[in-house]
Design a protein around this ligand. Sequence first.
Ligand code: F6P
Length: 361
Amino acid sequence: MTARKRIGILTSGGDCAGLNAVIRAVVHRAVGTYGWQVLGIKEGTQGFLQRPVQYQTLDLSNVDGHMMRQGGTILGTTNRGDPFAYPMGDGTTKDRSDEIIGGYRELGLDALIGIGGDGSFAILHKLAEKGGLKMVGIPKTIDNDLGMTEVSVGFDTAVGVAVEALDRLQPTAASHQRVMVLEVMGRDAGHIALAAGIAGGADVILIPEVPYSIDSIANKIKQVRASGRNFALVVVSEAVKTAEGTGVKKLLQGGEKRYGGIGDYIGEKIADATGAETRVTVLGHVQRGSPPSARDRLVASAFGVHAVDLIAEGKFDRMVAWSNRGVIDVPITEAIAHYSCVELDSALVKTARGLGISLGD
Ligand code: F6P
C-alpha cells in the first residue's frame, strides 16, 4: 500500500465525449483502490489561477451512477488562456505560470493528472518543469492528432456522430438526387473525415493530407451517375484548403479564428463542375457532445486506471497511450513532438482507395 496521496485532476482544451468516464476511472482507482484523495480542478488551469483555488473533492459517491454516460466534463474546461502568455483583456499578455504553480502547492498536491491534447500538454509540461509539479497526461481529442497513441478519448464518438449524419443524409440525397457535402472537424488532421467517410459510405473524402482537384471530384460524381446512381455523398475535413491554397476560417469574437466553411466552397465548386444540386451540412460541435461510445468509455477507463498506477509507481511527465490492444505510457515530450496526421500509406487510406472512394487526387 502506498502512502495516502492527494492528487489533482483537470480537463483542458476542447471538450469531447469520454472525459467524465476518465474522471470516474481515476476516482475509482485512486480513492477505491489506493485510498487517496482526488481534487477536481475547475476549468482547466483556470481553477489554479483563482484564490482560493477552484476545485471540488471527488469521491466514489459523486462519480457513480450515470456520470460515465454524460458528454462534456463535470469539471469544465477551456481552450484559451496560456498561463505563460495570459491575455489580460487590455491587449497585453502576462506570465501567470507562478500563480498556477502556487495553486498546486496551496492544495498540497502530490501529483496532477491532466486530460488534454497537444497544446494543453505542452503547457502542463512547461509548468511541471518550471515548478517541479508531478504530472501525468491522458490524451483526449476528437481530432486524434496526438502522437504516440493510436487513439485519444473522444475520437470514436466523433466518428460515430459523423457516420450517423451520413446515414441520415443518404436517404434525403437519394430522394432529391443531390450531392450532399458533409463538413467535419479534425483540425489539421483528416482522421475523422477518413474514418467516417469509409464507415458512412462516402463517394468522395477530402482530407488536408491529400491535395485534390475539382476536376477529379467532378469525374467521380460523373462516374457515380454513369453507374445509374443519381446522388453522392462527399465528406470534407475542415482544414482542407481552397484551390488557391488557403484554409477557410471564421473570425470569432475576440479576434480568434476557427476552421469552418470549406464545405460551402466545395459544394459550390461541385455544382459548377457537374450541374448537380448540392447541399452542405456543417456538423460542428455536435461531434463533441453526445454520450461516449462504448469504445471511448473503454479507452477512457483504461487510461484513467493506468494514469493513477503511474503515480503510485512514481512515474511522471508521461502520457498514457493506446498501443497494440493495450495501454502503455510514453514520455509526454514525445507525444507533444509528434503530430499525428493521416499517413498516406495507412490502412484506412488503402481501404478507401480499395473501395473506389475518391480522395480527390
Ligand atoms: O480540437 C478539437 C476541435 O473540436 C477541432 O476539431 C475544431 O477545429 C476546434 O476544436 C473548435 O474549437 P472551438 O471549440 O474553440 O470552436
